[in-house]
Design a protein around this ligand. Structure first.
Ligand code: ADP
Ligand code: TMP
Ligand code: ASP
Length: 236
């Protein structure tokens, strides 16, 4: 597979065309962004760590029957994926309260959400990724009702698989964000799953091991991402 032109440079990854119109190369950069791109810094090794972490998780999800765009690792910082027609909506599941849900509803960080709750956000940095509901998504034509049903079903299935996986490494999956797209008309998991887009706490101490370390200036950001991987048996 030959890597060709840069199609898009996002906040943390760059996307390249290949000689096959159905496939893209994702390049994981060291750029680390928070607050909808208002703060961006370079963190050494982060691109490599997230690329390998994402490959590991995508393979676990595929093995559990979730359709994903991931094909294979190409290098330390690149992977090959199916080219999706991305749906501009982010799917978030929360098992514990943290981040925006605490600010929005005045709830204490760390309370268990039983059952886990689900939210859609519009992927639009300029608007600050506002929360949207299914009526908005349907009325504005961002996705069809049956596609939303599938996205919710798959997101909860991802939650079931990953809560158990992280529990094996003595971690709590607090919340996460994933994105879907269409490949030949079917809903497929796209983008990435890494500590950049989820919250993970040590089960005993509740120490934060994810991008909140960057957002809250707690230090050891990439070291914590590597620790998460190592607890799952990954080596970088
Ligand atoms: P952002 O766009 O939010 O700044 P990134 O820096 O991670 O995010 O850029 C990656 C971009 O590639 C995202 O916009 C994402 O929606 C898009 N993308 C991820 N996977 C695929 C795919 N399989 N096909 C097409 N686009 C994808
Ligand atoms: P939030 O608490 O800021 O709403 O985020 C919930 C989870 O989703 C958290 O793990 C971070 C992740 N997330 C992203 O990675 N990117 C986003 O644009 C949004 C809205 C959330
Ligand atoms: N992913 C978003 C950003 O890069 C939101 C965040 O992580 O705070 O700005």
């Amino acid at each position: 597979m030959e890597k060709r032109d840069e199609l898009y440079a996002g906040k943390a990854k760059s996307v390249y065309t290949t000689d096959n119109p159905d496939y893209l190369v994702l390049l994981f950069r060291n750029d680390t962004s928070a607050f909808d791109g208002k703060r961006i810094e370079q963190l050494e090794r982060k691109g490599m760590v997230n690329n390998k972490f994402n490959a590991f998780i995508m393979e676990k999800l595929a093995a559990a029957g979730i359709p994903t765009h991931f094909e294979k690792l190409l290098s330390d910082t690149e992977c090959l994926v199916k080219k999706l027609d991305m749906i501009p909506v982010e799917c978030v599941v929360r098992n514990f309260a943290a981040g925006s849900i605490c600010r929005r509803y005045g709830v204490e960080e760390g309370i268990a959400l039983t059952p886990p709750t689900f939210e859609f956000f519009l992927k639009n940095d300029a608007l600050g990724d506002p929360m949207v509901n299914e009526y908005h998504i349907e009325s504005f034509g961002w996705a069809k009702p049956e596609q939303l049903t599938k996205m919710k079903e798959l997101t909860f299935k991802v939650n079931d698989v990953l809560v158990e996986l992280f529990a094996g490494g003595n971690m709590l999956l607090v919340d996460f964000k994933i994105e879907f797209g269409l490949f030949n008309g079917e809903i497929v998991l796209g983008d990435e799953f890494s500590p950049d887009g989820c919250r993970l706490w040590d089960k005993d101490t509740r120490e934060k091991l994810d991008k909140d370390r960057f957002r809250q200036n707690l230090g050891n950001v990439v070291e914590s991402y590597e620790l998460v991987g190592q607890r799952l048996g990954l080596t970088f």
